[in-house]
Write a protein that binds this ligand. Structure first.
Ligand SMILES: NC(=O)c1ccc[n+]([C@@H]2O[C@H](COP(=O)([O-])OP(=O)(O)OC[C@H]3O[C@@H](n4cnc5c(N)ncnc54)[C@H](OP(=O)(O)O)[C@@H]3O)[C@@H](O)[C@H]2O)c1
Length: 77
């Protein structure tokens, strides 16, 4: 299973990537400003305020499960 962790560079996202890898699943993660430190994830830049970019990442990754662990809000960061 491929798990896409949005906001994978953050505190919560880092732990979710760790748990995903530990469970034997593939982790793909996003960051807004800089990639996280987890080496067992493939990293994509993503700002949730950019709908086109969201569509592109979703299509490219084709994840089985998507977890939004970002701190993004509808009105900004
Ligand atoms: N930490 C906790 O104990 C805790 C407890 C309960 C609930 N939560 C909730 O869980 C969420 C994450 O918390 P956290 O502590 O992990 O926060 P965090 O460490 O600040 O991480 C936030 C993540 O969101 C990304 N991000 C910020 N703005 C974004 C945007 N516009 N588009 C896409 N990604 C964006 C950041 O990317 P960059 O780092 O690259 O900028 C980072 O990966 C928050 O909603 C928080 O309220 C956290």
């Amino acid at each position: 299973m491929t798990v896409l962790v949005i906001g994978g560079s953050g505190f919560l996202g880092t732990e979710l990537i760790r748990q995903t890898a530990r469970a034997g699943h593939a982790a793909v993660a996003t960051y807004a400003t800089r990639p996280g430190t987890a080496s067992h994830a493939a990293w994509y830049p993503l700002d949730l305020r950019d709908p086109g970019r969201v569509d592109a990442v979703m299509a490219e990754v084709g994840a089985d499960l998507v977890v939004n662990a970002s701190s993004a809000t509808p009105t900004g960061r």
